[in-house]
Structure formats: C-alpha cells, structure tokens
Design a protein around this ligand. Sequence first.
Ligand code: COA
Length: 190
Amino acid sequence: MQTYMEVFGHLPTMLTPRLVLRPVRMSDAEDMYEYSRDPEVARHVLWDAHQSIHQTRGYIRFLLRQYRNAAPGTFAIALRDSGKVIGTIGFMWVQTDNRSAEVGYSLSRAHWNHGYMSEALNAVVEFGFTKLGLNRIEAQHESDNPASGHVMANAGMKFEGTLRQRIYNKGRYADVDLYAIVRSDFMKKS
Ligand SMILES: CC(C)(COP(=O)(O)OP(=O)(O)OC[C@H]1O[C@@H](n2cnc3c(N)ncnc32)[C@H](O)[C@@H]1OP(=O)(O)O)[C@@H](O)C(=O)NCCC(=O)NCCS
C-alpha cells in the first residue's frame, strides 16, 4: 500500500460510467467559474460565490499547491462525453493515526439530480478504502440541504447524528448532519 503522500502527490484519473475524475488544471477555470459564481451552489458550502474568474483561479492555485505538497487532494468532475468540468470532489483532511478522512463536493446547478454526485462519491469512497487504505470516511452537510444526505446514503454512508448549530455560515448557525462509512461496511457492500 502506498503512503497517503505518495497517493496525493500523484492523484490518479478515475473513470465512472458517465464521469472522469481527474486532477484540476488551470485551464478548468472557465468551467469552474461558471458554477462557482452561482449563489445557489454556494448556499450550503463554506465558501462564498465567486465574484470573478480571478477568484476561481486563486482557488485552482490552492488546489495545485495541494498536489505539489502531496496534501489531501480534490478531483475535477468532468463529463466523459464533452470533457466539461461540472464540479469538484475531494478530501478535506486525512488523519493518519486514525486512518480517517472527510470528503466534500459541489456540482453545477445545471447538472443537479442526474445522479452525478452519487456516482462521483461512490468512486471516491472506493478510492479511499482501496488506494488510501482508510478505515473511516466521513462527510457532513447542513441539515437543510437534504439532497447532499441522499448522496452520502447512496454511497453507503450511514447517518450518525445531527450536530446542532455546528457552524456559522452565511449569517446563521446551521445544524449539520454527519454521515460516515467504515471499512467493514465497504467490505460488505463490495
Ligand atoms: C448536493 C449536491 C452535491 C447533489 O448532487 P447531485 O448530483 O444533484 O446528486 P444526485 O443526483 O446524485 O442525488 C441527489 C439526491 O438528492 C435527492 N434530492 C434532490 N433534491 C432534494 C430535496 N430538495 N430534498 C430531498 N432530497 C432531494 C434526489 O432525489 C437524490 O436522491 P435519491 O438518489 O435517493 O433519489 C448538489 O446539489 C450540489 O452540489 N449542491 C451545491 C453544493 C453543495 O451543497 N454541496 C454539498 C455540501 S455538503
């Protein structure tokens, strides 16, 4: 098994039936700005809608730095048929001692409710267990963003509870629902 740093230093490209998950490139800026500027996409995430493509480029520079530093990384989500980047999914953090990690994601509103994020999260969960050797992968969503909870459940994650007023986001305290999948769940599922 490779170390976390070896894997994150060379993030692979993964194919799902309809998607390509691959490292982000600076040339993705236009596609990523197209949805990152949408306040509806940003409503339940911890970043604000981008005001200009310069902000998107700044975010991509951060992601490229994460690759260079072999830090927990993020995949671009591109459509296999057109190559268009419609979102991102990646690891927020990895705890080496506990072999656990958190995943986060966002998708262009034009592509919601086609099963794309469930497809992407399933692939990233499999990557986490088989390539990173994780024991636990968690994800959390604001309780008033139930679609994200469905995505987590579709990837085999189990609801573990609601963390009341866990975060202050966009002017209000938000309850957060915590989901996780552990290695033994994954072995049963696959
Ligand atoms: C949340 C998000 C990732 C979902 O992506 P997606 O590709 O549309 O998700 P999928 O199509 O794979 O699955 C959506 C699920 O939510 C359900 N859903 C959609 N809208 C819903 C709503 N208003 N209430 C309850 N469930 C809803 C769908 O029925 C589907 O569940 P099912 O497969 O059990 O039927 C996407 O909407 C998004 O990026 N939103 C903005 C950013 C964000 O919220 N990121 C997550 C932060 S935790």
